[in-house]
Design a protein around this ligand. Structure first.
Ligand code: SAM
Length: 322
């Protein structure tokens, strides 16, 4: 653990010195309409601090694996950047963001308010085929709110008991959700959404010095989520991602699972690393890996520390899954 005597610049990140307490998520404005597996709401204070510690305020944020998009939305609402390029390869998730940027957030909000949610009505809606973009967006929100863990990957069923035994309706807050969509109108014009491969978009923007990237890829299979399929698009060429990060002329911050193969790749490419505490869905405190070009600004947090060097055989026995 790092020890330092500097005043804490971000007291809400950790409430007590030397005790690794993760962020209280309830204190962070929830702007995303998704409940996203692997969502980065807990990372918002660290992200804000990263932007504030940069020498010049970046104009554009690129988020190549946007998912629920909480980091881009926070950056836009809090005017940390002028514009955000959000990229997502999943067609269902993309339909939601396309609906927002195409000016149909109010339509979606109305559809949510007027929907009478029962198991039967959800099944009827999500079985419809040949739907347009905004109806597909509505289907995605229904699935995200009623499927186990908000997981949209194939083979996931409805949530069984839900919060307080309320079953399928336990995560359905129509007024709150509708409000999140209408609020998105305030930033929609500053979003450049792309239904593309995030790796290609990193390459496209890598030469521009005034651009920053927040990179939150689907994790390596050897990590903490081993055996669980959280996303329809789960596999990624992690080696290529690291090589692309090296070509970035601006700045980037990447989050990953704390696994030996990821740390080995980060070391190979000469990046810095820090471990940050977070609560997982089972309320257990664990550490997530943050990777970047220069991370000494994170050392003001007593609970943040550098990972220890791994034993070579560990790296050999856990090859990176592609
Ligand atoms: C860890 S999640 C991102 C979560 C997001 N940071 C949030 O807070 O909600 C990774 C996302 O990357 C998407 N994805 C996977 N492969 C991709 C690719 N090649 N290009 C773009 N998105 C991809 C997945 O569908 C998933 O939504």
């Amino acid at each position: 653990m790092q020890t330092n005597t500097q005043p804490m610049l971000f007291p809400e990140l950790f409430q007590e010195r030397d005790i690794p307490k993760p962020v209280n998520i309830a204190s962070i404005p929830q702007r995303s309409p998704f409940r996203y597996p692997g969502g980065k709401t807990w990372f918002v204070p660290t992200f804000r601090n990263w932007i504030k510690n940069l020498h010049t305020k970046p104009k554009v944020l690129v988020e190549p694996f946007a998912g629920g998009g909480i980091i881009s939305l926070t950056a836009l609402f809090e005017k940390l950047v002028d514009r955000a390029v959000m990229v997502e390869i999943d067609a269902d998730v993309a339909a939601v963001w396309m609906t927002v940027v195409n000016g149909n957030a109010d339509w979606l909000a109305k559809r949510i308010i007027e929907f009478d949610l029962t198991k039967e009505s959800v099944i009827r809606e999500i079985s419809k085929t040949d739907v347009d973009e905004k109806e597909r967006a509505f289907q995605t929100i229904l699935k995200n709110r009623t499927f186990h863990g908000g997981i949209l990957a194939e083979g996931v069923g409805f949530t069984k008991y839900g919060e307080n035994g309320k079953g399928i309706r336990s995560r359905w807050y129509p007024k709150t959700l509708a409000r999140r969509f209408t609020d998105l109108n305030m930033v929609a014009e500053r979003i450049d959404f792309r239904h593309e491969d995030g790796l290609e978009v990193i390459q496209q923007f890598s030469e521009q010095k005034d651009i920053v990237f927040f990179i939150d890829p689907p994790y390596t299979a050897g990590g903490k989520k081993a055996g669980k399929r959280l996303y329809r698009h789960n596999s990624l060429d992690h080696d290529r991602l690291f090589s692309l990060c090296r070509s970035i002329k601006g700045n980037f911050l990447m989050t990953y699972d704390n696994s030996e193969e990821v740390k080995a790749m980060a070391r190979t490419h000469g990046f810095q690393m820090r471990l940050v505490p977070m609560n997982n869905t089972h309320h257990a405190t664990m550490e997530e890996l943050v990777i970047g070009k220069e991370l000494s600004w994170m050392d003001q947090y007593p609970a943040v520390h550098e990972p220890q060097a791994a034993h070579k055989t560990l790296i050999k026995t856990h090859p990176v899954q592609k």
